[in-house]
Design a protein around this ligand. Structure first.
Ligand code: MRU
Length: 359
């Protein structure tokens, strides 16, 4: 379980610099904050320099920085960079409010910003803000390791595991959520195979999860989202593990659109379906999944496809499009919730969530 350190300031007005921080898609060193452009992967590995929270907002809105835990950590680092540069408290709070609004569904973003600004309201001290950003980063690494440890036993030797979207080192600053669990099972010596949903419309599975699995040497097969049903019917998938952008107090959860379909298919085929997420993804203020705000994105993402490979539109000009970025999976379809504090089943999840949040 993550320990919270006590944050404090020396009161001597000394300028404190944030320590060097490094992950697969986010790095900070000597005032330089950079993100790996996830829209350009896997064809180009290009780092973008963020000089101001406005740059980070742009990256988050356009999914250059994405994945629920990562956007929270990236936003925190961006605010710490602003405080380090000598911004006033008013400038800091304005930037925090704008960052908080940059994407609506992943609650990790709001949770991280609230932690950063609660400190600001108690007294605006650059040193404390920097410490909090470092803590948020280090904590995410730790939370990922805990989830991996808690979840790896659900995968058996010889399993083929289906996953949706990207939930690995690119979506967090640690080993990931669902992909971290899969990675831990593989690294423990289990012979496993991963089926990767390509994840229309923005192809996080096809572009990013495949890239990560290649780097890790984990065997996988990429499929179109609509192929999972027939693979399950043929007995080729033994488990499904996904991540989450927000878990409600009753265990319902939002994740990348298409996740609900995977859960329904698993239920029909009696395949265990797991969700892996850190406590920073849990929103006790959302009683059920119905209260989770679902982001709707541009029609262009569905009328065609775009990425470092270029942009193509195949649908007629201005055709009507519905493009929710997430869907909600009801708790009753979930076999187990892999959290940083343990593995919970249907009967324990509500009390487990409340206990973890100290309610
Ligand atoms: O729109 P994205 O790419 O930010 O959505 C990401 C997801 O839905 C992930 O599955 C989620 O954040 C899982 S936790 C890493």
């Amino acid at each position: 379980m993550t320990r919270l350190v006590t944050l404090g300031h020396t009161g001597c007005g000394e300028k404190i610099s944030m320590k060097d921080l490094n992950s697969l898609g986010l790095r900070y060193s000597g005032g330089l904050l950079q993100v790996l452009d996830q829209q350009k992967l896997p064809n180009q590995e290009e780092w973008i320099t963020c000089r101001h929270p406005g740059d980070m907002i742009e990256c988050i809105r356009h999914l250059k920085v994405r994945g629920a835990p990562l956007i929270g950590v990236a936003a925190a680092l961006s605010l710490a960079q602003l405080a380090e540069s000598g911004a006033s408290e008013a400038q800091f709070l304005r930037a925090a409010a704008e960052l908080r609004d940059s994407r609506p569904t992943a609650v990790n973003l709001m949770a991280a910003i609230d932690r950063m600004t609660e400190l600001g309201l108690r007294g605006y001290h650059q040193e404390v803000i920097v410490q909090m950003a470092e803590l948020i980063f280090d904590e995410d690494v730790e939370l990922c390791s805990q989830m991996a440890k808690n979840g790896m036993a659900v995968i058996s030797d010889g399993d083929s595991v289906l996953t949706h979207c990207n939930t690995g080192g690119l979506a967090t600053v640690g080993v990931g959520t669902a992909l971290g669990v899969i990675r831990a099972a593989f690294e423990s010596g289990k012979r496993i195979h991963v089926y990767v949903d390509e994840t229309r419309p923005l192809l996080q599975g096809g572009r990013l999860t495949t890239w990560e699995l290649d780097q890790l040497g984990i065997p996988y097969t990429l499929i179109c989202d609509n192929m999972a049903a027939s693979l399950m019917a043929a007995g080729k998938i033994q488990k499904a593990i996904v991540g989450s952008d927000r878990i409600a107090a009753n265990g319902d959860f939002a994740n990348k659109v298409g996740t609900y379909g995977v859960a329904v298919l698993c239920h029909h085929h009696q395949i265990p379906f797991y969700v892996a997420a850190p406590y920073t993804t849990v929103d006790a203020h959302c009683p059920t999944g119905r209260e989770i705000p679902i982001e709707e994105r541009s029609a262009a993402e569905v009328r065609g496809v775009m990425g470092s490979f270029g942009a193509v539109q195949w649908a007629p000009g201005e055709c009507e499009v519905f493009n929710p970025s997430f869907d909600v999976t009801p708790a009753q379809l979930v076999t187990g919730w892999i959290l940083d504090c343990g593995l919970y089943g249907q009967r324990e999840i509500k009390s487990g969530i409340l206990r973890r949040l100290g309610k």
